[in-house]
Design a binder for this molecule. Structure first.
Ligand SMILES: [Zn+2]
Length: 274
Protein backbone atom coordinates (compact mmCIF):
# COMPACT_ATOMS: atom_id res chain seq x y z
CA UNK A 1 0.00 0.00 0.00
CA UNK A 2 2.84 2.40 0.83
CA UNK A 3 5.04 1.28 -2.07
CA UNK A 4 2.47 2.35 -4.65
CA UNK A 5 3.16 2.80 -8.35
CA UNK A 6 5.10 5.01 -10.81
CA UNK A 7 3.20 7.78 -12.54
CA UNK A 8 4.80 10.56 -14.65
CA UNK A 9 8.14 9.98 -13.02
CA UNK A 10 6.97 10.07 -9.41
CA UNK A 11 5.99 7.36 -7.01
CA UNK A 12 2.42 7.44 -5.79
CA UNK A 13 1.40 5.38 -2.75
CA UNK A 14 -1.92 3.50 -2.93
CA UNK A 15 -2.74 4.62 0.59
CA UNK A 16 -1.38 6.75 3.38
CA UNK A 17 -1.27 5.35 6.89
CA UNK A 18 -1.95 8.75 8.43
CA UNK A 19 -5.23 9.46 6.63
CA UNK A 20 -8.26 7.31 5.88
CA UNK A 21 -9.17 9.20 2.71
CA UNK A 22 -6.10 9.40 0.48
CA UNK A 23 -5.78 11.82 -2.40
CA UNK A 24 -2.25 12.05 -3.84
CA UNK A 25 -0.99 15.59 -4.49
CA UNK A 26 -1.15 15.16 -8.27
CA UNK A 27 -4.89 14.49 -8.00
CA UNK A 28 -5.77 17.14 -5.41
CA UNK A 29 -3.89 19.82 -7.39
CA UNK A 30 -6.12 19.11 -10.34
CA UNK A 31 -9.33 18.95 -8.31
CA UNK A 32 -9.48 15.18 -8.63
CA UNK A 33 -11.17 12.55 -6.54
CA UNK A 34 -9.74 10.38 -3.75
CA UNK A 35 -7.64 7.41 -4.88
CA UNK A 36 -8.36 5.18 -1.89
CA UNK A 37 -10.16 4.91 1.42
CA UNK A 38 -8.95 2.76 4.31
CA UNK A 39 -10.93 1.51 7.29
CA UNK A 40 -8.81 1.97 10.39
CA UNK A 41 -8.16 -0.90 12.75
CA UNK A 42 -10.31 0.53 15.55
CA UNK A 43 -13.42 0.55 13.39
CA UNK A 44 -12.55 -2.64 11.59
CA UNK A 45 -15.77 -4.59 12.06
CA UNK A 46 -18.29 -1.81 11.62
CA UNK A 47 -18.29 -2.21 7.89
CA UNK A 48 -19.09 -5.92 7.80
CA UNK A 49 -21.65 -6.18 10.57
CA UNK A 50 -24.42 -5.03 8.29
CA UNK A 51 -25.82 -8.01 6.49
CA UNK A 52 -26.44 -6.31 3.18
CA UNK A 53 -24.86 -5.37 -0.09
CA UNK A 54 -23.16 -2.15 0.97
CA UNK A 55 -20.38 -0.85 3.16
CA UNK A 56 -20.65 2.50 4.88
CA UNK A 57 -17.65 4.74 5.34
CA UNK A 58 -17.65 7.81 7.59
CA UNK A 59 -16.46 11.25 6.60
CA UNK A 60 -13.07 12.16 7.99
CA UNK A 61 -12.99 14.66 10.87
CA UNK A 62 -15.86 15.15 13.30
CA UNK A 63 -16.90 18.68 12.52
CA UNK A 64 -15.98 19.56 9.01
CA UNK A 65 -17.84 17.82 6.21
CA UNK A 66 -16.19 20.25 3.78
CA UNK A 67 -12.54 19.60 4.60
CA UNK A 68 -10.36 18.63 1.67
CA UNK A 69 -10.53 14.91 2.51
CA UNK A 70 -14.30 14.82 2.38
CA UNK A 71 -14.47 16.99 -0.71
CA UNK A 72 -12.16 14.58 -2.55
CA UNK A 73 -14.33 11.69 -1.38
CA UNK A 74 -17.49 13.39 -2.64
CA UNK A 75 -15.86 14.06 -6.00
CA UNK A 76 -15.49 10.30 -6.40
CA UNK A 77 -19.24 10.05 -5.82
CA UNK A 78 -20.20 12.99 -8.03
CA UNK A 79 -18.09 11.82 -10.96
CA UNK A 80 -18.72 8.11 -10.35
CA UNK A 81 -15.04 7.31 -10.62
CA UNK A 82 -13.78 4.16 -8.94
CA UNK A 83 -11.48 4.10 -5.96
CA UNK A 84 -9.76 1.41 -3.91
CA UNK A 85 -11.29 0.42 -0.59
CA UNK A 86 -8.80 -1.13 1.87
CA UNK A 87 -10.47 -3.21 4.58
CA UNK A 88 -8.36 -4.67 7.41
CA UNK A 89 -8.25 -8.46 7.86
CA UNK A 90 -5.97 -8.44 10.88
CA UNK A 91 -3.46 -5.89 12.14
CA UNK A 92 -1.40 -4.66 9.20
CA UNK A 93 -3.08 -6.97 6.64
CA UNK A 94 -5.66 -5.45 4.28
CA UNK A 95 -7.97 -6.67 1.56
CA UNK A 96 -8.15 -4.34 -1.46
CA UNK A 97 -11.62 -3.97 -2.91
CA UNK A 98 -11.35 -2.55 -6.40
CA UNK A 99 -13.03 -1.07 -8.28
CA UNK A 100 -15.33 0.31 -5.58
CA UNK A 101 -17.86 3.08 -6.05
CA UNK A 102 -19.12 5.54 -3.46
CA UNK A 103 -22.46 7.32 -3.05
CA UNK A 104 -22.68 10.40 -0.87
CA UNK A 105 -25.04 10.67 2.12
CA UNK A 106 -24.09 14.09 3.38
CA UNK A 107 -26.82 14.36 6.03
CA UNK A 108 -25.38 11.28 7.79
CA UNK A 109 -21.78 12.28 7.01
CA UNK A 110 -21.11 8.93 5.39
CA UNK A 111 -20.69 7.49 1.94
CA UNK A 112 -21.91 4.05 1.01
CA UNK A 113 -19.44 1.85 -0.86
CA UNK A 114 -20.33 -0.87 -3.35
CA UNK A 115 -18.03 -3.27 -5.15
CA UNK A 116 -18.17 -3.60 -8.89
CA UNK A 117 -18.97 -6.93 -10.51
CA UNK A 118 -15.60 -7.34 -12.25
CA UNK A 119 -14.56 -9.87 -9.62
CA UNK A 120 -17.58 -12.00 -10.48
CA UNK A 121 -16.63 -12.15 -14.16
CA UNK A 122 -19.62 -10.00 -15.09
CA UNK A 123 -17.70 -7.16 -16.70
CA UNK A 124 -17.65 -3.65 -15.35
CA UNK A 125 -20.88 -1.85 -14.44
CA UNK A 126 -20.01 1.79 -14.23
CA UNK A 127 -23.39 3.28 -13.44
CA UNK A 128 -26.39 2.64 -11.23
CA UNK A 129 -29.84 2.00 -12.62
CA UNK A 130 -30.48 -1.64 -13.41
CA UNK A 131 -26.91 -2.45 -12.37
CA UNK A 132 -27.59 -1.59 -8.72
CA UNK A 133 -28.88 -5.04 -7.66
CA UNK A 134 -25.85 -6.64 -9.31
CA UNK A 135 -23.54 -4.30 -7.42
CA UNK A 136 -25.23 -5.22 -4.15
CA UNK A 137 -24.81 -8.87 -5.05
CA UNK A 138 -21.15 -8.27 -5.87
CA UNK A 139 -20.66 -6.42 -2.60
CA UNK A 140 -22.31 -9.24 -0.65
CA UNK A 141 -19.92 -11.70 -2.32
CA UNK A 142 -17.02 -9.44 -1.38
CA UNK A 143 -18.21 -9.51 2.25
CA UNK A 144 -18.34 -13.30 2.27
CA UNK A 145 -14.81 -13.43 0.84
CA UNK A 146 -13.61 -10.88 3.39
CA UNK A 147 -15.05 -12.97 6.19
CA UNK A 148 -13.30 -16.09 4.87
CA UNK A 149 -9.98 -14.30 4.52
CA UNK A 150 -10.29 -12.76 7.97
CA UNK A 151 -11.13 -16.17 9.48
CA UNK A 152 -8.07 -17.68 7.81
CA UNK A 153 -5.74 -14.90 8.99
CA UNK A 154 -6.99 -15.12 12.57
CA UNK A 155 -7.02 -18.92 12.87
CA UNK A 156 -3.74 -19.62 11.06
CA UNK A 157 -2.18 -16.75 13.03
CA UNK A 158 -3.42 -18.20 16.34
CA UNK A 159 -1.68 -21.51 15.48
CA UNK A 160 1.47 -19.63 14.43
CA UNK A 161 1.11 -20.82 10.87
CA UNK A 162 1.32 -24.53 11.64
CA UNK A 163 -0.98 -27.50 11.10
CA UNK A 164 -2.38 -28.50 14.49
CA UNK A 165 -1.97 -32.20 13.57
CA UNK A 166 1.45 -32.48 11.89
CA UNK A 167 3.12 -29.07 12.58
CA UNK A 168 3.69 -28.38 8.86
CA UNK A 169 3.78 -24.69 8.00
CA UNK A 170 5.25 -21.58 9.56
CA UNK A 171 7.76 -20.81 6.79
CA UNK A 172 6.58 -18.47 4.03
CA UNK A 173 5.91 -20.98 1.31
CA UNK A 174 4.74 -23.77 3.58
CA UNK A 175 2.25 -21.59 5.43
CA UNK A 176 0.29 -21.43 2.17
CA UNK A 177 -0.33 -25.16 2.62
CA UNK A 178 -2.18 -24.41 5.86
CA UNK A 179 -5.93 -23.70 5.87
CA UNK A 180 -8.33 -22.51 8.51
CA UNK A 181 -10.88 -25.31 8.86
CA UNK A 182 -14.24 -24.90 10.56
CA UNK A 183 -14.89 -27.42 13.35
CA UNK A 184 -18.64 -27.19 12.90
CA UNK A 185 -19.97 -25.69 9.64
CA UNK A 186 -19.70 -21.92 9.37
CA UNK A 187 -22.52 -20.43 11.42
CA UNK A 188 -21.38 -16.85 11.12
CA UNK A 189 -21.55 -16.05 7.43
CA UNK A 190 -20.51 -12.52 8.29
CA UNK A 191 -19.62 -10.59 11.41
CA UNK A 192 -16.71 -11.41 13.67
CA UNK A 193 -14.97 -14.69 12.80
CA UNK A 194 -14.90 -17.15 15.67
CA UNK A 195 -11.39 -18.54 16.24
CA UNK A 196 -12.57 -21.24 18.75
CA UNK A 197 -14.56 -22.76 15.88
CA UNK A 198 -11.40 -23.05 13.81
CA UNK A 199 -8.40 -25.34 13.45
CA UNK A 200 -5.27 -24.65 11.42
CA UNK A 201 -4.85 -27.74 9.22
CA UNK A 202 -2.54 -28.45 6.29
CA UNK A 203 -4.26 -29.34 3.01
CA UNK A 204 -3.92 -33.09 3.62
CA UNK A 205 -5.20 -33.00 7.18
CA UNK A 206 -7.92 -30.53 6.26
CA UNK A 207 -9.24 -32.99 3.69
CA UNK A 208 -8.81 -35.91 6.09
CA UNK A 209 -10.76 -34.01 8.78
CA UNK A 210 -13.55 -32.99 6.39
CA UNK A 211 -13.86 -36.56 5.07
CA UNK A 212 -13.84 -38.06 8.58
CA UNK A 213 -10.68 -40.02 7.83
CA UNK A 214 -9.49 -38.61 11.14
CA UNK A 215 -11.32 -36.95 13.99
CA UNK A 216 -10.29 -34.88 16.99
CA UNK A 217 -11.95 -35.74 20.30
CA UNK A 218 -12.95 -33.10 22.89
CA UNK A 219 -9.70 -33.78 24.82
CA UNK A 220 -7.67 -32.93 21.71
CA UNK A 221 -6.62 -36.49 20.82
CA UNK A 222 -6.49 -37.43 17.14
CA UNK A 223 -8.42 -40.57 16.20
CA UNK A 224 -7.96 -42.26 12.84
CA UNK A 225 -10.99 -44.21 11.58
CA UNK A 226 -10.74 -47.97 12.15
CA UNK A 227 -11.02 -49.01 8.50
CA UNK A 228 -8.30 -46.50 7.55
CA UNK A 229 -5.98 -47.91 10.24
CA UNK A 230 -6.36 -51.32 8.58
CA UNK A 231 -5.37 -49.97 5.14
CA UNK A 232 -1.94 -50.35 3.60
CA UNK A 233 -0.63 -47.68 1.27
CA UNK A 234 2.38 -45.41 0.73
CA UNK A 235 4.30 -43.23 3.21
CA UNK A 236 1.67 -40.49 3.44
CA UNK A 237 -0.96 -42.87 4.79
CA UNK A 238 1.59 -44.56 7.04
CA UNK A 239 3.38 -41.55 8.49
CA UNK A 240 1.05 -38.68 7.70
CA UNK A 241 -2.22 -40.26 8.80
CA UNK A 242 -2.03 -43.63 10.61
CA UNK A 243 0.90 -42.51 12.81
CA UNK A 244 -1.21 -39.58 14.06
CA UNK A 245 -3.71 -41.88 15.82
CA UNK A 246 -3.62 -41.10 19.55
CA UNK A 247 -1.41 -38.00 19.13
CA UNK A 248 -2.59 -34.76 20.76
CA UNK A 249 -3.09 -31.69 18.59
CA UNK A 250 -1.09 -28.58 19.47
CA UNK A 251 -3.39 -25.67 20.33
CA UNK A 252 -2.74 -21.97 21.04
CA UNK A 253 -1.64 -21.03 24.56
CA UNK A 254 -4.39 -18.44 24.97
CA UNK A 255 -7.55 -20.18 26.19
CA UNK A 256 -9.72 -17.73 24.24
CA UNK A 257 -8.16 -19.00 20.99
CA UNK A 258 -8.36 -22.71 21.76
CA UNK A 259 -11.00 -24.87 20.08
CA UNK A 260 -14.26 -24.86 22.00
CA UNK A 261 -14.93 -28.19 23.69
CA UNK A 262 -18.61 -28.31 22.70
CA UNK A 263 -17.74 -27.74 19.03
CA UNK A 264 -15.15 -30.53 19.09
CA UNK A 265 -17.68 -32.82 20.82
CA UNK A 266 -20.37 -32.07 18.24
CA UNK A 267 -17.98 -32.63 15.35
CA UNK A 268 -16.53 -35.80 16.89
CA UNK A 269 -20.01 -37.36 16.94
CA UNK A 270 -20.14 -36.91 13.17
CA UNK A 271 -16.73 -38.57 12.88
CA UNK A 272 -17.81 -41.53 15.00
CA UNK A 273 -20.96 -42.00 12.95
CA UNK A 274 -18.95 -42.03 9.71
ZN1 LIG B 1 -0.96 -31.51 8.69
Amino acid sequence: MAHGFEFRGSRIPFANRAVGIWTPAILSREGGAALSITTTHSSRYNDVERDDGIFTYSYQGENDPDNHFNRALRRAADNQVPLIYFVPLTRGVYEAIFPAYVMDHRADRVVTVTADTVGLGEGSLLHGGSAAPLKEYATRQVKVRLHQHRFRELVVGAYQGRCTVCRLGAKDRLVRMVDAAHIVPDREERGVPEVPNGLALCKIHHAAFDLNVLGIDPDHYIRVREDILAEHDGPMLQHGIKAMDGVRIVVPHAVALQPKREYLAERFETFRAA
